[in-house]
Write a protein that binds this ligand. Structure first.
Ligand code: SF4
Length: 243
């Protein structure tokens, strides 16, 4: 069980979970208050790291999620040392703008270029693994020859919303094209133009929803062919802790 603490540890929560059954997850978007707090809120760094230390001292396995954008990209490299010192076991690196509310904001100034992502993120992930953390981070940019697979076709993921909408692809969640719905406690398939129609489209840019919703992160050669393909946003890489 993973409990997303949002940085807070409440006595009632701790009374209901044990160290054996729960991983406590915290979100930090910077290695210091000057970086984290303008993004996550005043005082959040101190609260979050204080509760993290408490959770580690109580014997809980902890994980930290860092959402990378232009605002904090260059500070990511300071995270492995901080997390190792805090006793964090898992490090999730996310990229802003590849799902959800960012959809449609092509050219978003927060989004990273492929060069920024590839220069900064994989080395930091490797360093965190070297320091003993398990690291999970999205693939994002496929290398030449790497296979592309759409999770909508090859996996069974369901993203369920309180309004009864059920999506197969998280990129679609701001649009009423959900493939399924929950009605009277039953999971029903929707007719018409739903996200599933898009999954089988084969395009040279890789993920078709990325091309439709976030074309700002694509680039093309002079002959019109894409410079790279975007992987499925659900494809993650995992590095095991060294040693
Ligand atoms: S993110 Fe792209 S590749 Fe992944 S499920 Fe959605 S449409 Fe398919």
């Amino acid at each position: 069980m993973t409990v997303d603490t949002n940085g807070f540890l409440h006595h009632d929560l701790l009374a209901h979970i044990t160290q054996e059954e729960a991983v406590l997850s915290f979100s930090l978007d910077g290695p210091a208050p000057e970086v984290n707090d303008p993004i996550r809120g005043e005082g959040v760094f101190a609260t979050c790291t204080g509760n993290l230390k408490k959770a580690v001292a109580l014997g809980f396995t902890t994980s930290v999620i860092y959402t990378v954008s232009r605002l904090n990209l260059t500070h990511l490299r300071r995270m492995p040392t901080l997390l190792a010192e805090l006793g964090v076991r898992r490090f999730f690196i996310q990229v802003i703008g590849l799902r959800g509310k960012s959809a449609g904001k092509a050219g978003d100034p927060l989004q990273l270029t492929p060069e920024e992502w590839l220069t900064e993120v994989p080395p930091v992930a490797a360093e965190a693994a070297r320091l003993g953390l398990e690291v999970i981070f999205p693939k994002v940019f496929l290398e030449a020859g790497e296979p592309f697979e759409c999770a909508g076709k090859v996996a069974e993921n369901f993203f369920i919303f309180p309004n009864g909408r059920v999506y197969r692809c998280p990129l679609c969640e701001d649009f009423p094209i959900h493939a399924l719905r929950i009605e009277n406690n039953r999971l029903l398939a929707n007719d018409g133009l739903t996200e599933e129609r898009f999954f089988s489209l084969s395009i040279p840019e890789g993920c078709v929803m990325n091309k439709l919703l976030q074309p700002g992160n694509l680039r093309y050669h002079a002959d019109g062919s894409p410079s790279y393909r975007i992987s499925c946003c659900l494809l993650k890489q995992r590095l095991e802790p060294a040693g």
